[in-house]
Design a protein around this ligand. Structure first.
Ligand SMILES: Cc1cc2nc3c(=O)[nH]c(=O)nc-3n(C[C@H](O)[C@H](O)[C@H](O)COP(=O)(O)O)c2cc1C
Length: 124
């Protein structure tokens, strides 16, 4: 499964590198990349712009048809806003949340998301 991600300060990049899967880092200056294969999104949480970049990406070509899941990274200190970017995209596009984690994730976070992706692969 292809992992499409954004990372502004490097935490999400560190997390996805531990997954050992194909990676595509979106460049916020040009999120209009067309993907013709199933993928999942891994996104950090910020106000505003990150969600807009991912919306631009999902609205490009047939991308939203290929989006199989979302994992959200964030910081629990944000309380009710924890991983709110992933939750908002999930609600807008009806894409399931596969996992939520803090910062660059733990070994357990890696294990859980890899299992969720494998389960998706086996059900396609
Ligand atoms: C300005 C700013 C706003 C943030 N807002 C939230 C938030 O609303 N909810 C949350 O869970 N994490 C929030 N975070 C935490 C980041 O999502 C978290 O540190 C994430 O791991 C950063 O990923 P990145 O280094 O790949 O950009 C915020 C961080 C910053 C710097």
């Amino acid at each position: 499964m292809l992992i499409v991600y954004i990372s502004l300060t490097g935490q999400t990049r560190k997390f996805v590198k531990k997954l050992n899967m194909d990676l595509l880092e979106l460049n916020p200056a040009n999120p209009f990349i067309e993907i013709n294969q199933p993928f999942i999104i891994v996104t950090p949480t910020y106000d505003g712009e990150v969600k807009e970049w991912l919306e631009d990406f999902l609205e490009t070509g047939q991308n939203k048809e290929f989006a199989k899941g979302i994992a959200g990274g964030g910081n629990l200190n944000f309380g009710p806003l924890f991983v709110s970017t992933a939750k908002a995209l999930s609600a807008t596009y009806d894409i399931p949340i596969l996992h939520q984690f803090e910062f660059q994730g733990t070994d357990e976070d890696v294990r859980i998301l890899k299992k969720a992706v494998n389960d998706l692969d086996n059900n396609k």
